[in-house]
Ligand binder design. Structure first.
Ligand code: GLU
Length: 268
């Protein structure tokens, strides 16, 4: 069976070495198997996505020597697909409106040790009213309907723990879809067979597998890879001062050499 992977950055900032590593993992996975590597720009978040970041991302990937197949897909151009999926889930009676404000949710969800607790279901079963709202999935009802299907990571069967994720948001107040919904719909629509991405998204996969079952979508294999960490062991992210690929490019570094070092497990 032919293989299709993708790199799916959100254009809300500049890419750093952690992104480069993720892109290389997905790219190489496909190329080593004679498969396709797609690039999808996850720009449903209209308030945080920026066109200039898109241009920079494309230039960064070219600099690293990563060529993608076909046209670049933009989530902002695919909103009808997400709306249709949402409608289907609503018609199954699995969605409800949530009117909670950010502050209310932050209060209800604060948990010890910085863990993120699941949404407590405050608005589940509440009367519909004319006020700003997002749409949440009733996860218990969803799991009861589709039976919590397992999935595979590196070929190993993973028990579905979507219930622990709670009633996640599938359509935001300010955007017609959420990450969970858009990524699931797109991976299926684009024929992605193997999702190669960072292990920070491992828990999200429980939710994605539920959505696939409910929407009758094809099920890919998952390969969550470790995240790059800095010398202090902390995850590389911009807030830790990881240099942007664009700055390295502008400084005249050789992108192919940077990619080669990342493939060899070296960060700098
Ligand atoms: N857009 C997501 C991010 O930037 C990644 C989506 C995915 O790989 O599933 O973190």
């Amino acid at each position: 069976m032919s293989v299709t992977t993708r790199f799916a950055p959100s254009p809300t900032g500049r890419l750093h070495m952690g992104h480069a590593y993720a892109a290389i993992r997905a790219h190489d996975f496909a190329r080593e198997r004679g498969g396709r590597f797609l690039l999808r720009i996850e720009d449903i978040d209209g308030t945080r996505s920026r066109a200039e970041h898109v241009a920079t991302i494309l230039a960064d990937l070219r600099w690293l020597g990563l060529a993608w197949d076909g046209e670049v897909a933009f989530q902002s151009a695919r909103l009808d697909l997400y709306a249709a999926a949402l409608e289907r889930l609503r018609s199954l009676g699995l969605m409800y409106r949530c009117y909670c404000t950010r502050a209310e949710i932050a209060g209800a969800m604060s948990a010890p040790h910085g863990q993120v607790a699941a949404y407590p279901g405050t608005c589940r079963g509440s009367r519909e009213r004319d006020a700003p709202h997002c749409w949440r999935i009733d996860m218990a009802a969803a799991v009861a309907r589709c039976g919590a299907p397992s999935w595979t990571d590196h070929g190993r069967v993973v028990t579905n723990e979507a219930l622990a994720q709670g009633d996640v948001v599938l359509a935001r107040k300010d955007a017609p879809a959420s990450y969970h919904l858009a990524v699931t719909v797109d991976d299926a629509a684009q024929g992605v067979t193997d999702v190669v991405r960072g292990c920070d998204l491992f828990a999200a996969t429980h939710v994605h597998r539920i959505l696939q079952a409910l929407l009758g979508l094809a099920v890919p294999r998952w390969w969550h890879h470790p995240l790059l960490t800095g010398a202090d062991g902390a995850r590389l992210a911009k807030r830790h001062g990881a240099p942007a690929l664009a700055d390295m490019r502008a400084a005249g570094l050789d992108g192919a050499a940077v990619a080669a070092r990342l493939r060899a497990g070296q960060i700098a």
